[in-house]
Design a protein around this ligand. Structure first.
Ligand SMILES: Nc1ncnc2c1ncn2[C@@H]1O[C@H](COP(=O)(O)OP(=O)(O)OP(=O)(O)O)[C@@H](O)[C@H]1O
Length: 249
């Protein structure tokens, strides 16, 4: 089995009776970038949470590289190849860019939070953090406090945190949220670069961006998949246009 295959079978997530994800079955193929689109409240983030282990399923299974991970914690899923970035940033504002990466690299490599010693003293940590720093194009900003970065660069750092475990499957929840218009282009380039060799699920409201970077789109409405296909197929799908894209145009 090729690394990076993710599938879900009839998964369900409910919040006090509300079926936020209501029977989703899908095979995400290795190396593809799936744009997950749909109106507000359609269940996109909850689907990601269900796949990453952040939301408890009320039914169904999640498989990663052919292995049933339904009962595994977030950390165990991370260790076997699932990375996740969040809509709300998890970076430490007062720490430098490199320190943020080193702290997360230490936690990943040694399964500990290094509160009592500088994580950067560990060669494996330094090496991993520096490699991701380069991957996200922030090497020149390594020693800047994270809070002084532009919004776009903070989002790149957030994505970097998800890359530290070198995941074969990467779940990105609105990595361009709040990114200024002039930074959308470079941010898109970053996404295209880090995607190589990985399976990516990307929640993104900017239709122009999502249509351009995705190899396939999955359209969610009311907790279910309404349609999936190439960006061209989705654009031409009358049902999707009526339920969602029509709103945009
Ligand atoms: N922790 C929670 N507790 C209760 N209800 C929740 C919770 N998380 C999500 N929901 C509800 O589940 C539904 C799906 O929400 P979700 O955030 O997954 O949608 P979304 O498609 O990601 O929306 P958006 O595009 O606005 O981010 C919504 O009705 C939301 O209010």
């Amino acid at each position: 089995m090729t690394a990076g295959s993710l599938s879900c079978n009839d998964i369900q997530v409910s919040f006090s009776g509300l079926k936020a994800v209501n029977g989703v079955t899908f095979d995400f193929q290795p190396g593809q970038l799936y744009g997950i689109i749909g109106p507000n409240g359609a269940g996109k983030t909850t689907l990601m949470n269900a796949l990453s282990g952040h939301a408890k399923l009320s039914g169904g299974q999640v498989m990663l590289d052919g292995r049933d991970v339904t009962g595994l914690s977030v950390h165990k899923r991370t260790r076997i190849g699932l990375g996740r970035s969040f809509q709300i940033t998890k970076i430490f504002a007062g720490m430098s860019v490199l320190e943020n990466l080193q702290l997360a690299a230490f936690a990943h490599l040694y399964r500990l939070q290094p509160f009592w010693l500088p994580a950067g003293r560990f060669p494996a940590v330094r090496e991993r953090a520096e490699s991701v720093l380069e991957e996200i194009g922030l090497t020149v900003m390594a020693h800047r406090p994270a809070e002084t970065l532009s919004h776009g660069d903070q989002r790149a750092l957030e994505v970097g945190l998800a890359l530290l475990s070198n995941p074969s499957v990467l779940l990105l929840d609105e990595p361009l949220a709040g990114v200024g218009h002039d930074q959308i282009g470079p941010a898109m380039e970053l996404i295209k670069r880090i995607v190589k060799g990985r399976t990516v699920l990307l929640i993104e409201h900017n239709m122009d961006v999502v249509m351009r970077v995705s190899s396939a789109l999955v359209v969610m409405v009311q907790g279910q998949i309404l349609a999936s296909g190439s960006p061209e197929e989705i654009r031409a799908n009358a049902e999707v246009r009526a339920a969602y894209l029509g709103e945009e145009e």
